[in-house]
Design a protein around this ligand. Structure first.
Ligand SMILES: [Zn+2]
Length: 353
């Protein structure tokens, strides 16, 4: 039946071809003659391979293979380099062959919902044009750092997986506008999320989150879903903490960072410029100082010894959210108990159970 359809189609030089729900377990090889097709629908069949002849459809832009039986990415995809949209939802994919990913440079849309993926290969970063990635309802336990190299990504759906965290470099995804993480086991969002400065929608409902990253209120959020999380509650308990003893490394780092700040080249006389020159030759020191945080109270920089505090921001007044009201716990880092004990701030210590 499909053969007859294809033979008939051959005469018309169609741009689109629909072979959905035809109970196909093979695609007839004659399809290779339809090199005019831009849009091919093969959804709802019983396919687990594609013939190599499909590589003749070199102009193909949209391919829908949803609701089939694929266990791996069909090899022929590596020749379909013009492909822009690929649907593979509801198949049986366990892995993504790096070889295929490497050639899909024009792919902007990839739907892998409802498969059995446990991980992404590092080669996922080769999908450099990708704007929309959906991997809802898979078995992902972690995301490789290479996913943060998908710099054009605007929408990322990874709901209903087994994730416990996101890569620390997540903030590289500066074009991300919508992030769907509901129904995972995420305990913490990376601080770098604050760098995703276009982020408008975040859904983190039904996870294990206690607190949001420091720069949540810097994001242009319109929608935040965070129900069903053990978020910190606004129940202040008074406590005064003793001053701590810092390590020499910490004291040294704080001293250097303070001096570097006070001797910005614009400050006229460059009193400490020799310090700046001195550390220039030690990339490890630069790297270490780059990991520093800023105290929410005094504004000074510090390395490791910090206090995790919480500030409660109002969903409507501070975050300008329309879909949510009430107080949202946001992380704040403080440099010392001295700052914590000082008056005039609204940061609360976090009591870990
Ligand atoms: Zn401080």
């Amino acid at each position: 039946m499909a053969d007859t359809m294809l033979v008939r189609a051959l005469k018309g030089k169609p741009k689109a071809l629909n072979l959905c729900n035809k109970k196909l377990d093979k695609v007839p090889k004659i399809i290779g003659k339809l090199d005019c097709v831009l849009h091919l629908q093969l959804r709802g069949n019983k396919l687990n391979t594609l013939p190599m002849e499909l590589s003749h459809l070199f102009q193909l832009q949209i391919l829908n293979l949803g609701n089939n039986e694929f266990e791996e990415l069909p090899e022929v995809l590596e020749y379909l380099t013009m492909l822009e949209k690929l649907h593979l939802f509801n198949n049986k994919l366990k892995t993504l062959a790096p070889k295929v990913l490497t050639n899909l440079r024009n792919l902007t849309f990839l739907n892998l919902n409802s498969n059995n993926l446990k991980t992404f290969p590092p080669e996922i970063c080769r999908l450099s044009s990708l704007q929309h990635l959906s991997v809802d309802s898979n078995q992902l336990t972690e995301l490789p750092v290479e996913i943060c190299a998908l710099l054009r990504l605007e929408e990322f759906h990874v709901a209903n997986n087994q994730l416990t965290s996101l890569p620390l470099e997540f903030g590289f995804l500066v074009n991300l506008e919508k992030l769907y993480l509901q129904k995972n086991k995420i305990r913490e969002l990376p601080e770098s999320l604050g760098k995703c400065y276009k982020l408008r929608t975040v859904d983190i409902a039904a996870n294990e989150l206690r607190i949001f990253p420091t720069e949540l209120s810097a994001l242009p959020l319109k929608e935040l879903h965070c129900e069903e999380n053990p978020l910190l509650q606004h129940i202040p308990v008074h406590s005064v903490q003793e001053e701590e003893v810092l390590s020499l490394k910490e004291i040294g780092a704080r001293y250097i960072m303070k001096e570097l700040k006070d001797s910005k080249p614009t400050a006229g006389k460059d009193r400490w410029s020799y310090l700046r020159k001195a550390i220039r030759h030690y990339p490890q020191i630069k790297e270490m100082l780059a990991q520093s945080s800023k105290c929410a109270v005094c504004g000074e920089s510090f390395l490791n010894t910090w206090l995790e505090c919480v500030r409660f921001v109002d969903a409507r007044e501070d975050l300008k959210l329309n879909n949510l009201s009430g107080l949202i716990p946001v992380r704040a880092l403080l440099c010392s108990y001295r700052c914590f004990n000082s008056s005039g701030h609204d940061y609360y210590g976090v009591a870990f159970p």
